[in-house]
Every structure is written in C-alpha cells, then in structure tokens.
Design a protein around this ligand. Structure first.
Ligand SMILES: C[S@@+](CC[C@H](N)C(=O)[O-])C[C@H]1O[C@@H](n2cnc3c(N)ncnc32)[C@H](O)[C@@H]1O
Length: 226
C-alpha cells in the first residue's frame, strides 16, 4: 500500500486525525518539554502539526517509508522503521496510526527502547482489533490487528506503562461509493493483497451493508516510559 498516493488523505482521514489529537492530549498529561523528538511514519504531517503546536523541543526528525512534500521542509530519515538505526538517543519517540502495519511489534519495541534515553517516552496510537470489522466480515481477510491485551503484554515487558486505553469512532456514509472513496483516500483497508471489486462483488458488498454504510475504527493510545 503506497500512502504516498493518498493525495486527499487529510480531507478523508477523520479517524487518523482523531487518533493523533487523542495521542497528543494524553501525552501532555505527562510531559510537554523534550529536547530530541523522533516521529515514525509522519506522512502528510497530521501528527507533526500537533507536535509543533503543542510540544516544546529543540530537534525534530521525521521518518516515513517515503518522503512526502510536507516532510521535505524537515530533517528526515527515510526508510522502514523496522530496519532503520535511529541516530542518537531520543527523549520522545512518537507515532500515530502507523504501528498496525508492523508485524514484528515485539522486535520494534526492543529497538525503540534502545533508541530512547533513560526516562524517555514512547507514545503512539495504533488501530486495533475491531477496526473496519464491517469489511472483514465480508472479505474474511482483515489485517491482523492486535488487541489491547496483546499490546499490554508486548510493551509492558519493556516499558513502564503510563497510559493504555482504547477509543472507537464510527463513520457514516450515504452510500457504498462514498465509503469506498474514503477507504481509497486514506490508504487504509483491511484487505490483504489485491482486492478488485467486480460488478457482482460490488453488488454483494452493497447488500452486505444493508443500507447502513458505516465503518468502525478502534484505536489504542499508549504512553510508555523507558
Ligand atoms: C495512516 S498513515 C499515518 C500518517 C500520520 N502519522 C497521521 O497521523 O496521519 C501511515 C504512515 O505510516 C507510514 N509507514 C507504514 N509502515 C511504515 C514503516 N514500516 N516504517 C515507516 N513508516 C511506515 C506510511 O508510509 C504512512 O505515511
């Protein structure tokens, strides 16, 4: 999935905008001043803008698989966070709506721990089990979202958990076309590999929704201390 092509992301990404705001608000309950901040999966800058407006810092580095136009104005480190070596120890590593794409979360948790200063914070939002469940019951091939208990087990072993909580939002659409446009522009779907809608599968999907064109997004917020 190339998010780079999700041109209208900021217009359609309501759940991601909601998750990023919830993340920043939760983080601010603990700490607002940092020296070095590293953001994973910055994309079009939904979370970055909130970091700039709400936190104080000296250095900010943005990571993503691809460099977006927004990111070009910042210091960046481009590449898959699962393989990258983060330079210098950070005071805050932060990420919103990215970790659901990372299969080896346990491995990532280990690596991030060593990229944080002692007392440093790892703060992230992640879409969890229950997200886009309206679609997975149709396709039977959802992304393997984690649940809160699994996240607690993975991250609780390595960090002190300051906050762990879940929230859900439901988006309503007038028809299937609107719903599919939303999915296309956010670059989010829970379908593995290629899923091309034929005329008959479009019809089947239409009746699957049974005139209730809504999608659920469930996300977790974790604020962790090293
Ligand atoms: C749903 S967007 C979220 C963008 C932004 N953080 C926000 O809150 O709206 C997910 C972003 O994560 C990036 N991404 C996905 N897997 C990644 C990985 N393994 N390493 C770095 N970035 C990744 C994608 O390229 C994309 O820009």
């Amino acid at each position: 999935m190339k998010f780079k092509s999700a041109k209208f992301y900021d217009l359609y990404a309501k759940p991601q905008i909601y998750a990023a705001n919830a993340l920043i608000q939760s983080l601010k309950d603990y700490r607002q001043n940092f020296k070095d901040i590293y953001e994973i999966g910055a994309g079009s800058g939904v979370l970055t803008r909130l970091i700039i407006d709400n936190l104080s810092y000296e250095n900010l580095i943005l990571n993503d698989l691809y460099e977006s136009e927004f990111m070009s104005k910042f210091r960046t480190q481009i590449g898959d966070i699962s393989n990258l070596q983060i330079q210098n120890r950070q005071d805050l590593i932060i990420s919103s709506s990215v970790f659901q794409w990372i299969n080896a979360l346990e491995n990532l948790a280990n690596r991030l721990k060593f990229s944080l200063k002692s007392g440093g914070i790892l703060a992230f939002s992640i879409f969890i089990d229950g997200t886009l469940r309206e679609l997975s019951s149709f396709t039977n091939q959802g992304l393997e979202y984690k649940n809160l208990a699994q996240l607690k087990a993975i991250f609780g072993k390595k960090f002190e958990i300051l906050t762990i909580k879940e929230q859900e939002i439901k988006l309503k659409f007038s028809n299937l076309k609107e719903l599919l446009t939303h999915l296309k522009h956010t670059g989010v779907n829970n379908i593995k590999g290629e899923f091309k809608l034929t005329k008959s599968s479009y019809k089947a999907l239409n009746s699957h929704f049974n005139d209730d064109f809504s999608l659920s997004y469930k996300f977790a917020i974790l604020i962790l201390k090293n």
